[in-house]
Design a protein around this ligand. Structure first.
Ligand code: ATP
Ligand code: MG
Length: 373
């Protein structure tokens, strides 16, 4: 999968940018604060329908006051090329509270029809949170990955979030008013269990594939020194995944009194986690910074391979400021892996760090104050 061209208007400090990309390497060079990550963020946004840095769309709209317009329109447009040789045009507009997604100039009604057209994997310094941060980071990692190649999963997740919220509100109401009719709670519990079980099943299946790939990458990146183990850690123990719905239902039914007491849902995929071990110990607690970073990278490369196996095509790889953080071996291994097969965007403040990857001047894009020159 390739991005051939991008057009941006009023996206952060990228007020007006039109770029044609290479099918292999695209290296974005510029000093701190010039707009390198902004470009990757725009690509990430048109792929996933959200930013990796903010949940507030308004922050993305250019805030400079030099053109006196207080209702600016943000535009991201891309032309992509898939394996089947068909071009596709994806575009997105945000103005005030309005958001419009288009595929080949036709508006799409559901964002789930948009997500998955262009697949990307982003690796940035913040991805250390994937290892060091709380469980939500790891759930989000799994969900983003699966959603891109499986719109149905994305749909189920959204439904689950909605039911969870409704159920939690009801639990709180019952806590304050014990006379409240509990039959509605049963309806929400049934829905939660039914959708939640599908999510758990899919996550388990995905982790089974991911753990093999991640282990392989960690070994490669560390010259066979480190064995990474990825373990799915669901919020409740079950005996047989085939009967997950029954088991989930049984356990949650036993917990209902406690849930009413607390006012929220105690078990379900919203409380899943992944355990990450290297050579037998938990790297969240005992790993060095470099080991944690490498594990995060190994997981991301595993994600890339997973998406290729699901969709038949490699996604686009976005590497934000990654090379300055890796030692020589790890950097070389990463370069070997990317090879010529994967369209890759690399940002760097220092051209010297990447010169051994590409000597060809065509691969470089220079940016200053939001303008490419
Ligand atoms: N909504 C916005 N409107 C205009 N400018 C913005 C907006 N949001 C962020 N910026 C500007 O974008 C710049 C940051 O861009 P970006 O994060 O892409 O930098 P970078 O080139 O990746 O730098 P670094 O090397 O430090 O990571 C800052 O100067 C910031 O003021
Ligand atoms: Mg940056």
């Amino acid at each position: 999968m390739l991005i051939k061209r991008i057009y941006l208007k009023n996206f952060r400090n990228l007020k007006s940018v039109l770029l044609d990309f290479n099918s292999d390497l695209n290296i974005i060079v510029g000093d701190n604060g010039q707009g390198k990550t902004n470009l990757l963020e725009a690509i990430y946004y048109i792929s996933t329908g959200r930013s990796h840095r903010t949940s507030t769309d308004k922050e993305l709209i250019n805030f400079s006051e030099d053109d006196n317009s207080d209702n600016k329109k943000l535009i991201i447009q891309t032309k992509i090329l898939k394996e089947d040789k068909l071009n596709q045009k994806l575009s997105l507009q945000i103005q005030g509270r309005d958001k419009l997604f288009k595929v080949d100039d036709k508006e799409v009604e559901k964002i789930s029809d948009f997500i998955g057209k262009l697949n990307v994997v982003l690796f940035s310094p913040e991805d250390l949170d994937l290892v060091k941060g709380g469980p939500a980071n790891r759930r989000d990692f799994l969900d983003t990955e699966v959603s891109q190649v499986n719109p149905y999963y994305y749909h189920q997740l959204k439904k689950y979030e909605k039911v969870l919220k409704q159920r939690n509100n009801l639990l709180k109401e019952i806590r304050y008013n014990s006379n409240k009719d509990k039959s509605v709670l049963e309806v929400f519990t049934d829905q939660l269990v039914s959708i939640g079980s599908k999510i758990i099943k899919k996550r388990q299946e995905v982790v089974e594939k991911l753990k093999i790939l991640a282990r392989l990458h960690q070994r490669k990146l560390t010259d066979n020194q480190e064995n990474l183990k990825v373990i799915y850690d669901p919020s409740f123990e079950f005996e047989n995944i085939k009967n997950i719905e029954e088991e989930f239902n049984e356990i949650i039914t036993k917990k209902i009194d406690k849930e009413i007491e607390r006012g929220y849902t105690l078990i379900g995929p919203h409380r899943d986690d992944l355990i990450l071990e290297i050579n037998g110990y938990d790297i969240r607690k005992f790993g060095s910074q470099g080991q944690q970073r490498t594990a995060a990278l190994a997981l991301k490369l595993a994600e890339l391979e997973f998406m290729k196996s699901e969709s038949g095509e490699y996604p686009v790889l976005l590497l934000d400021d990654v090379f300055s953080e890796l030692d020589g071996i790890r950097r070389q291994e990463l370069i070997n892996f990317i090879g010529q097969r994967i369209q890759t965007f690399i940002t760097t403040t220092d051209k010297l760090l990447v010169e051994d990857i590409a000597s060809d001047e065509d691969k470089y894009f220079y940016i200053k104050s939001g303008k490419f020159y």
